[in-house]
Design a protein around this ligand. Structure first.
Ligand code: PAF
Length: 283
């Protein structure tokens, strides 16, 4: 078997391991993850390898972005499988801190992003989420000092929040968004797909089908609100509990009234059984 990546678990060991890369003038690309890696994550790693000489993948299930009633405890943890996948993907270094290494005793700082983080989408249903993401992502950036950091478009609001945050805080990192990887039937890959029953899995691709059909109708010039209303009804009819289906400005995530207010992104979040799925497409 090929040699696996170096795994580091403390900030000081991580920094020591990054010194030779920096001394050699090698660019680092960071792929932040919470593990349970799937082909979507591996697409981020491939793009990272294309852009930079060195690739660092972080694996950290970040407690501060989960509310007490959410799935932090049951979130899939597949460390051994992840390391096998990252070995095959020729990753240089895995940053896998413990919760204590990331948030030592006495940790008392939280970044609260505004703007796209308060768009009334994910933030409306997970009000603690972007504060937790922004705080851990900022720490991941200062710990690894990457030239590039790669995020999937599947978590579109997160991508916009992190991009704005890096700009606002003058963080010296280029944020790269990578298109969503999908199953052949259109379902966006997600670690949470593992929660779906056979029947839920069969229904799940409806979200993408409805988004794509809605985007085509908006492009043809049909009235936005009518398209959204019909799409919402179709999702509810398929058996989902809909959190939101919205058309937003693709960069600011501000509400839009018609196609001319674009570029537009359609974003959806819905529950099937106990599993909450999100997806989005450009118009
Ligand atoms: O998208 C994720 O997996 C997480 O939100 C991230 C960016 C790794 C921060 O914990």
């Amino acid at each position: 078997m090929a040699n696996g990546p170096t795994v580091r678990r403390t900030v000081s060991a991580l920094r020591r391991s990054l010194v030779p890369f920096r001394k050699a003038g090698e660019r680092i690309a960071l792929v932040p993850t919470m593990g349970a890696l799937h082909r979507g994550h591996l697409a981020l790693v491939r793009e990272a390898r294309r852009r930079a000489r060195r690739v660092v993948v972080s694996i950290f299930v970040n407690p501060s972005q989960f509310a007490p009633h959410e799935d932090f405890g049951s979130y899939p943890r597949e460390y051994k499988k992840d390391i096998t996948a990252l070995t095959a993907a020729k990753v240089d270094l895995v940053w896998a801190p413990s919760a204590e290494a990331m948030y030592p005793h006495g940790f008392a700082t939280r970044i609260e992003p505004q703007g796209a983080a308060k768009a009334g989408l994910e933030d409306k249903f997970r009000p603690h989420f972007f504060g937790g993401v922004a705080t851990v992502v900022t720490k991941l950036f200062t710990q690894t000092a990457p030239y590039f950091a790669l995020f999937g478009e599947k978590d579109y609001q997160q991508l916009r929040v992190v991009t704005q945050m890096a700009k606002d805080l003058d963080l010296p990192v280029k944020i790269v968004g990578v298109p969503t990887v999908r199953e052949p039937d259109g379902l966006a890959l997600s670690s949470r797909n593992a929660y779906l029953s056979v029947q839920e899995r069969a229904t799940a691709p409806t979200l993408y089908r409805v988004l794509i059909a809605g985007a085509a109708r908006v492009k043809r010039g049909e009235p936005l609100e009518m398209v959204l209303e019909e799409a919402r009804a179709e999702i509810a009819h398929a058996g989902f509990g809909l959190d939101y289906l919205e058309a937003r400005h693709a960069l600011t995530l501000a509400p839009v009234a018609s196609r001319k207010d674009g570029p537009i992104r359609l974003l959806v979040a819905a529950k099937i059984g106990k599993t909450r799925l999100i997806d989005n497409v450009g118009v």
